[in-house]
Write a protein that binds this ligand. Structure first.
Ligand code: ARG
Length: 460
């Protein structure tokens, strides 16, 4: 085990299979930038407190810079026998700059190093995801504004309930993403804390200036307990939970787009460039993007459960189990990035079929509640009004007409309180405009919310 960085106490070489089985370099090499960034800051801090000389620090910085350039040029051989990204880079540093390279790991362990790397990685990932959420939200605002007067049936139980506007419906998705955005921001606060200095588990006897390292790396704070620092991954679990909610929202959105794009609904057209065809059925235009997003929600939920399960049995402090945190986390980030991007690209180009939606809203007695409310305004108790309108609806079902299609005398057969002005409330526009409460579907309300939301987004 002569060439292993920890080879000293071992009498025989690692079993070849065990070497491959325990290695993580195949997937954690993805952390190379963050690993190097963390090492550079650690070395600068070591020089500041006098553990390294300025000259040693400079050689380490140059060595790490060269390694970074090698990796980015694709000129770096990742070796399984060096186990992980950390030891691959450190071994290469020693190879390049000699004995000075051996001083980099002073006062540090891979345990606090990897915890730092993941936090740097995740912070960057969160920032990128937040931008994609904002882009999707901006697209929804524009679409909602464009379609603020477009009538569609609102559903409960997937049965026609009351008319709403397409703009109002899009703003429902906007609000869900607004909470997703807030959750990521909140999660970021707990991600952005520096564990470096915890060393293996107990802290270190070197006079490390942890706050200085934190400042160099842009962390808001340092962790307060070394055992916790190296063993906790709750920040990653929290991120995956927020990610599962984002995907759940996109999945429900997908489900609606898939239904709406069907011939049976015909509410929307998705741009051809976001759909695919069938190898056998020439007529097909399949909504693959929303279907895939709906499907990918499963893996993100699975990743959350994987991380929760990974943690639940671990005694303090670090255990190798934690090496298994990376793939689910990376996969969650990648899946979120792809799904958000697809939606942010697609949403502005959704074509709305206003006539079809209007026609659908005018079937299914969508204004029945409006008729009941009309009777209540004329003094009838709501329960009685509900009963009267129910009878009118049954008559409509039997004769194949909606309420607005009946003659006045016919309606008056159900209640003498009904007068000619009833037809104002039986129109779809009247129904929608009447829902003029904060959060309601009246175009006035929806446009006000769009204006306020846009101002929020513009603040950045
Ligand atoms: N590759 C390891 C991980 O991902 C780095 C930390 C290893 N520490 C250790 N004591 N074996 O967790």
């Amino acid at each position: 085990n002569g060439d292993k960085l920890w080879g000293g106490r071992f009498a025989e070489a690692t079993d070849a299979f065990v070497e491959a089985f325990t290695a993580s370099v195949d997937f954690d090499q993805r952390l190379y930038r963050h690993d190097i960034e963390g090492s550079r800051a650690h070395a600068r801090m070591l020089a500041r407190v006098g553990v390294l000389t300025d000259d040693e620090c400079r050689r380490i910085q140059e060595g790490l810079d060269d390694i970074l350039a090698d990796i980015e040029r694709g000129d770096f051989a990742w070796l399984t026998e060096l186990e992980d990204v950390h030891m691959n880079i450190e071994a290469r540093l020693i190879e390049r700059i000699g004995d000075t390279g051996k001083k980099l790991h002073t006062g540090r362990s891979r345990n606090d190093q990897v915890a730092t790397d993941i936090r740097l990685y995740l912070r960057e990932a969160i920032d990128a995801l937040i931008l994609e959420i904002r882009r999707l939200q901006a697209g929804l605002l524009d679409l909602a504004e464009r379609e603020a007067d477009t009538i569609m049936p609102g559903f409960t139980h997937l049965q026609t309930a009351q008319p709403v506007t397409f703009g109002h419906h899009m703003m429902a998705w906007f609000e869900m993403l607004e909470r997703d955005h807030a959750r990521l921001q909140d999660c970021r606060r707990r991600v952005n804390v520096l564990p470096l200095g915890a060393a293996a588990l107990a802290g270190t006897s070197y006079p490390l200036d942890r706050r200085y390292t934190a400042q160099l790396l842009g962390f808001d704070d340092v962790t307060d307990n070394s055992l916790d620092s190296v063993s906790d991954r709750d920040f990653a679990i929290e991120f995956c939970a927020a990610g599962a909610l984002i995907m759940t929202h996109l999945s429900r959105f997908s489900e609606e787009l898939i239904l709406w794009a069907s011939a049976q609904f015909g509410f929307v057209d998705l741009p051809d460039r976001f759909c695919t065809g069938s190898s056998i059925m020439p007529q097909k235009k399949n909504p693959d993007v929303p279907e895939l997003v709906r499907g990918k929600t499963g893996r993100v939920n699975g990743n959350l459960v994987a991380l929760l399960t990974l943690m639940k049995g671990q005694p303090l402090a670090y255990n190798k189990d934690n090496q298994e945190d990376k793939e689910p986390l990376f996969d969650t980030v990648d899946t979120l990035a792809g799904s958000l991007r697809a939606f942010a690209d697609m949403v502005p180009h959704i074509q709305v079929r206003a006539e079809t939606m209007r026609e659908a809203a005018s079937r299914g007695f969508a204004t029945a509640t409006d008729l009941a409310d009309y009777l209540v305004r004329r003094g009838m108790p709501f329960r009685d009004a509900h009963e009267v309108v129910g009878k009118a609806v049954r008559h409509g079902v039997e004769t194949g007409r909606d309420l607005g299609e009946m003659r006045l005398e016919e309606l008056q057969g159900f209640s003498k309180m009904i007068e000619a002005d009833v037809f104002d409330v039986l129109t779809l526009e009247g129904s929608v405009a009447a829902r003029n409460v904060h959060g309601g579907t009246a175009p006035e309300q929806v446009l006000a919310r769009i204006r306020a939301a846009r101002a929020e987004l513009d603040k950045g």
